[in-house]
Design a protein. Structure first.
Ligand SMILES: NC(=O)c1ccc[n+]([C@@H]2O[C@H](COP(=O)([O-])OP(=O)(O)OC[C@H]3O[C@@H](n4cnc5c(N)ncnc54)[C@H](OP(=O)(O)O)[C@@H]3O)[C@@H](O)[C@H]2O)c1
Length: 261
């Protein structure tokens, strides 16, 4: 046996990484983590003068960029609007990347998008199709709902003091842990679809929303309703949680709640 000391892991060579949606919930963690690891980061968002739908400012922003991480998003749950946004943004990004000689496109997607007929997911399915067909080498990471999802869904449907949430089985994951994995993927060679990332445990969405409302002092009652049809079934039957061959973050929903109290 050799007495040579084990070499300590070498940091990645610094790369120039563009983060599309780098001001968003997961995007701001991607930017922070990539910078902390010594990479040169460019943020692509309207706040920084790049409109990914209109394509304005994109060509200049991609100058010298080696990897693009796309974590942009829009709020509409309508299929046509979601397909318009993710289709247009993905086409614009991939065309600009091909022109600028970007060597790797990384897209963040969602576990179960092809198992649930949800309007927002229709846009994510189109996004994945476009990325897979692209000449730019690519990686796709699918993650489950972020812990923040509970706060977003709390105010979505209200009836007086009642907050109505769909009956749903979720496996929430910390956005920071998704971001950490995205930076790993971005700084490795393009790998196609990588292993899905979920949270450490499964939770009922109604319980998550109640715990978030209680921790943040929101009044009112939170009730769960079963959504009808195939979407409702998919939400309830585990279609949106990871399968056996997935990785898992370690930050539980309750640990995350401690940070937002
Ligand atoms: N939320 C979840 O639970 C979850 C779970 C798994 C995967 N995902 C995926 O993760 C990705 C990010 O989601 P998120 O919740 O972090 O998004 P988000 O918080 O809504 O942030 C969206 C980002 O997109 C940017 N953006 C929107 N329209 C733009 C435009 N026209 N041009 C340039 N930038 C634009 C926004 O910046 P400006 O407003 O400054 O332009 C912002 O930085 C999405 O692809 C989503 O499908 C989300």
């Amino acid at each position: 046996m050799s007495n040579e000391p084990t070499p300590s892991p070498q940091p990645d060579p610094p790369a120039r990484i563009a983060v599309a949606g780098g001001t968003g919930t997961v995007g701001r963690h991607v930017v922070e983590i990539a910078r902390r690891r010594g990479h040169d980061v460019v943020v692509l968002s309207r706040t920084t003068g790049v409109d990914l739908v209109a394509g304005t400012g994109l060509e200049e922003a991609l100058h010298g960029v080696q990897v693009v991480v796309d974590v942009s998003s829009q709020v509409s749950q309508k299929s046509s609007e979601s397909r318009d946004f993710f289709g247009t943004v993905t086409r614009n990004l991939l065309a600009a990347e091909a022109g600028a000689g970007v060597g790797h496109h990384v897209a963040l997607s969602i576990v179960g998008i092809d198992r649930a007929p949800h309007g927002y997911y229709a846009g994510k399915v189109l996004q994945e199709e476009l990325v897979r067909a692209s000449e730019v080498p690519w990686s796709i990471l699918r993650a489950t709902q972020f812990h923040e999802f509970a706060s977003q869904i709390h105010g979505a449907v209200t009836l007086g003091p009642l907050h109505v949430v769909p009956r749903m089985l979720s496996e929430p994951v910390a956005a920071a842990e998704v971001a950490d994995r995205l930076v790993d993927v971005a700084t490795a060679p393009a790998a196609g679809r990588v292993r899905d990332l979920g949270g450490p445990r499964r939770e009922r969405m109604v319980d998550m929303v109640r715990r978030w409302a209680s921790a943040t002092g929101r009044p009112g009652r939170v009730v769960a309703v079963p959504l009808p049809g195939a979407l409702g079934r998919a939400m309830r039957d585990g279609s949106l949680v990871t399968g056996a061959d997935a990785d898992h973050g370690t930050t539980t929903f309750d640990q995350w709640l401690e940070t937002v109290r």
